[in-house]
Each structure stands twice: as structure tokens, then as C-alpha cells.
Design a protein around this ligand. Structure first.
Ligand SMILES: *[C@@H]1O[C@H](CO)[C@@H](O)[C@H](O)[C@H]1NC(C)=O
Length: 151
């Protein structure tokens, strides 16, 4: 898969001068109310700053907006309630590759969080090690969070 990423990145080199897309959690909206067991819509637009064919993301329900990851790319334990999973976003019109991001997420048991408290739907976008120019970069991470309100 690494080879595929590299080849696609090379083919997509023309895009290197285009402005990077602004990454964004387009769903759920900021301030969406959440309760235990509820299903909420999910959509994330990647910025793909390293022009990869497929962008890995991880998705979390966290207690604060993340600013860093541990040695294996995870959020530090104690800073999140739920790890929804790792997914691949297809870029440049490529065919979807599993696991594709879900279009909805189920809120876990948040009954221990008081009404009106804020939790965060958080996405960590990853550029895999070796994919960013000039090609020998370590893995890079970008964080995007949307505050959600416990009802
Ligand atoms: C990184 O964080 C994830 C999620 O909390 C955890 O599963 C993993 O064990 C952590 N890795 C290290 C090296 O601490």
C-alpha cells in the first residue's frame, strides 16, 4: 500500500502548487446535541497536505480538543471516551478503499457527563511517514475538532 501511496503522490505532483484544501468536519455541526446511544451524521473533508492517494484518519469522541498524539499515533489515554476507528479517504477521484469513513457514528454511554458539558468529535488526519516531500519525513498529524453538547 505504501508503494501505491507513493506512486499516486508522484502522479498527483501537478497538484503540489494548488492551495491545500481546508480540512473540516462538515458533519456533525458545531454545538450538536448528543446523548447516549444516539446516531449522529459524520463527514470529514481532508486537507491532504502531502498529496497522498489515500488519507488515513482516526476518529474519536474526546474530552478536549486534541493537540498531540502518542508514539503510535493515538490520542493519549484519559483524553478520549471512544475510539471510532481508522479510515481511508480517497483523493484525486480514486476508487474508495476500505475501510471508508462511516457516514454516521453512534455516541457511546456518556451518562457520566453532566448536561450542558462539552465533548469533542475529533479527527486526526495523518500523513504517513515517508509520504511528504522530499520523501523522508516522519509521520505528520493535523487535528480537527467539533464541540458537541451533552443533553
Ligand atoms: C497510543 O494511544 C492509543 C490510544 O489511547 C493506545 O491504544 C496505544 O497503546 C498508545 N500507544 C503508546 C505507545 O502509548
Amino acid at each position: 500500500m505504501r508503494l501505491l501511496f507513493t506512486c499516486v503522490a508522484a502522479l498527483a505532483g501537478f497538484a503540489a502548487t494548488a492551495p491545500a484544501a481546508k480540512r473540516s468536519v462538515t458533519e456533525p455541526a458545531t454545538g450538536t446535541s448528543i446523548s447516549s446511544g444516539e446516531s449522529i451524521p459524520f463527514n470529514y473533508v481532508d486537507s491532504n497536505w502531502c498529496h497522498e492517494g489515500y488519507t488515513p484518519i482516526t476518529v474519536w469522541l474526546s474530552t478536549s480538543a486534541p493537540t498531540g498524539v502518542n508514539a503510535t499515533g493515538g490520542l493519549p489515554s484519559g483524553t478520549y471516551i471512544e475510539y471510532f476507528g481508522k479510515y481511508l479517504i480517497a483523493n484525486f477521484g480514486l476508487s474508495p478503499m476500505q475501510p471508508v469513513p462511516p457516514t454516521s457514528l453512534t455516541i457511546p454511554d456518556i451518562s457520566s457527563y453532566p448536561s450542558s458539558s462539552t465533548l469533542y468529535l475529533s479527527v486526526v488526519e495523518t500523513a504517513l511517514a515517508g509520504t511528504c516531500p522530499p520523501g523522508n519525513q516522519p509521520a505528520q498529524y493535523r487535528f480537527t475538532s467539533v464541540p458537541l453538547i451533552v443533553v
